[in-house]
Design a protein around this ligand. Structure first.
Ligand code: AMP
Ligand code: ZN
Length: 139
């Protein structure tokens, strides 16, 4: 099965690449939410956060921080979102792990998360316990 981001990394597909190192590539999002919207990908294919080697994810985040600083300097934006999505339910549409670097301007309404759950302290405690138990087998 083809992967468009693997094709971009291998220069089989066109992209406006802004940065590359041994582990990562950064290029312009083809359908930017704002001017300067950039994507960062690890060179090694992994679909999402459930699958990726954490070291590859760390390398991608290092590049995302570098790109975020460059985007802020280049466009003079007020803020930058650094985010990524895992699975269709989370809005993922390209199944090669990628980090969005999205410039933001005060008062823009391009991305707003809507809260669908209201927790009391006991709810937070129960949720924390479930996550602690799930983290243990990984460490
Ligand atoms: P996500 O919804 O997090 O999976 O984001 C996928 C992003 O990839 C979207 O913002 C798309 O606009 C972008 N995208 C899809 N195909 C390409 C491409 N060939 N070159 C650059 N960006 C792309
Ligand atoms: Zn890929």
């Amino acid at each position: 099965m083809g992967c468009v981001f693997c094709d971009i990394i291998a220069r089989r597909a066109p992209a406006h690449i802004v940065y590359e190192d041994e582990a990562t590539v950064a290029f312009m999002d083809i359908m930017p939410i704002h001017e300067g919207h950039t994507l960062v990908v690890p060179k090694t294919h992994a679909a999402d956060a459930f699958e990726i080697d954490p070291e590859e994810a760390a390398a991608a985040m290092r590049t995302a921080v570098k790109v975020a600083r460059a985007v802020k300097a280049a466009f003079g934006c007020d803020g930058v979102n650094i985010f990524q999505s895992n699975g269709p339910a989370a809005g993922q549409t390209v199944f090669h792990f990628h980090i969005h670097v999205l410039p933001r301007w005060a008062g823009d309404r391009s991305i707003a998360l809507r809260r669908e759950y209201f927790a009391g302290d006991a709810d937070l405690q129960r949720a924390a316990e479930r996550i602690r138990k799930a983290i243990e087998p990984q460490s």
